[in-house]
Design a protein around this ligand. Structure first.
Ligand code: SAM
Ligand code: FES
Length: 343
């Protein structure tokens, strides 16, 4: 293992076999050596800052039926909500006043927010607040991506979820893997900072699949990468499957940091849900971003992609204080700039 880590730290380049070997480490001491190497790489390339993104979950309507997702259209038990455009702008301005310099606008795939409506929201936020805007609203037309970029959107986040085509097909009825990858390429070519990522522990996923996921992120030239454990939701077809392993998520974060040393990697909310110290552990295994929730409280419990999601009872100010404490507790500092990959 030491030879692979040496190579990774020197060249930031590993082949699939080497990645599989690192992901297969099951000895606690060796895992710590991997996390330490990733932590050192993060320190060398990015320093101690952890960047905060204020996450606004503005609609839980979704036209898709992803088998694992709590807001899938097939979940008829869920009360649906849409935050109106002017209120989204207001919430973003409040987040700016709390100190956030990046706002993430996330929703299900909801056609109510047409390209025009999204451009209205983006322009409104840019007038009201000096923030970078990340969109996370799924697959759109090239034209929509282009117009939203021109309206001022800076970054776009869309996981491919798994690079295993067979598995992708099983888990995403009526969706097309090639289209999702094409969207990611379009987004990158339009000059957005590109965010993507995958789920760990999907039923049927292998360690080789995860190695392929990591290599695909490198090939796409991702600027930021979110990796989260799959957490079964009781109102989905995958309700009785096992959760993804936190250790595997942490190993994937560490390997990614080694081969993409200067990208942004969040300690995801799902990691914090699967273990009370999950986000701290991720920050020590290569992560450098946290995305606290700034969605108004009345909507939070309706955006449960998976059960037990943390922070659904905390108001945005308390959440910020809590996260700043978490960051300091692992000896890190809170970033004050936009915290993009390119500044
Ligand atoms: N609709 C947008 C899209 O498709 O990119 C963004 C919203 S989507 C709900 C955000 C992410 O939630 C997905 O990319 C997926 O990885 C994650 N997610 C959904 N269900 C999950 C579950 N049961 N466990 C863990 N993560 C989940
Ligand atoms: Fe939200 Fe702790 S991160 S309350």
């Amino acid at each position: 293992m030491v030879d692979i880590l040496d190579k990774a730290m020197r060249s930031h380049d590993l082949d699939k076999c080497e990645i599989v070997r690192l992901l297969s480490i099951d000895d606690g001491v060796q895992q710590e050596v991997l996390f330490k190497a990733a932590d050192e790489t993060r320190q060398q390339y990015l320093g101690t800052d952890v960047h905060l993104r204020g996450l606004i979950e503005f609609s839980n309507y979704c036209m898709n039926d992803c088998m694992y997702c709590g807001i899938r259209r097939g979940n008829r038990t869920l009360e649906r909500y849409r935050i109106q455009p002017d209120e989204v702008i207001k919430v973003a301005a409040q987040a700016y006043r709390l100190g956030y310099r990046t706002i993430v606008l996330q929703s299900g795939e909801d056609g109510y927010y047409t390209g025009d409506v999204m451009c209205y929201i983006i322009r409104g936020i840019k007038e009201a607040a000096d923030v970078a805007i990340t969109l996370s609203i799924g697959e759109r037309s090239y034209d929509d991506y282009k117009r939203m970029k021109e309206a001022g959107a800076d970054r776009y986040l869309m996981r491919f979820e798994t690079s295993n085509r067979e598995l992708y097909k099983k888990l995403h009825p009526r969706m097309d893997f090639d289209n999702r990858i094409q969207c990611l390429k379009d987004i990158k070519s339009l000059g957005y900072e590109l965010g993507s990522g995958f789920l760990v522990g999907l039923p049927g996923q292998t360690v080789e699949d995860i190695a392929d996921d990591i290599l695909l992120l490198k090939e796409l030239g991702a600027d930021m990468v979110g990796i989260g454990p799959f957490i079964p939701h009781p109102d989905t077809p995958l309700r009785s499957c096992n959760s993804g392993s936190l250790d595997m998520v942490l190993k994937a974060v560490a390997v990614l940091r080694l081969i993409m040393p200067d990208i942004n990697i969040p300690a995801t909310t799902a990691v914090g849900t699967s273990d009370p110290f999950g986000r701290q552990k991720a920050l020590k295994a290569g992560a450098n971003v946290i995305m606290p929730n700034v969605t108004p409280l009345e909507y939070r419990q309706l955006y449960q992609l998976y059960p037990g999601k943390i922070c659904i009872g905390e108001n945005p100010q308390d959440c910020r204080i809590c996260v700043e404490g978490l960051i300091r507790s692992v000896g890190r500092t809170v970033g004050t700039g936009y915290g993009g990959h390119n500044g």
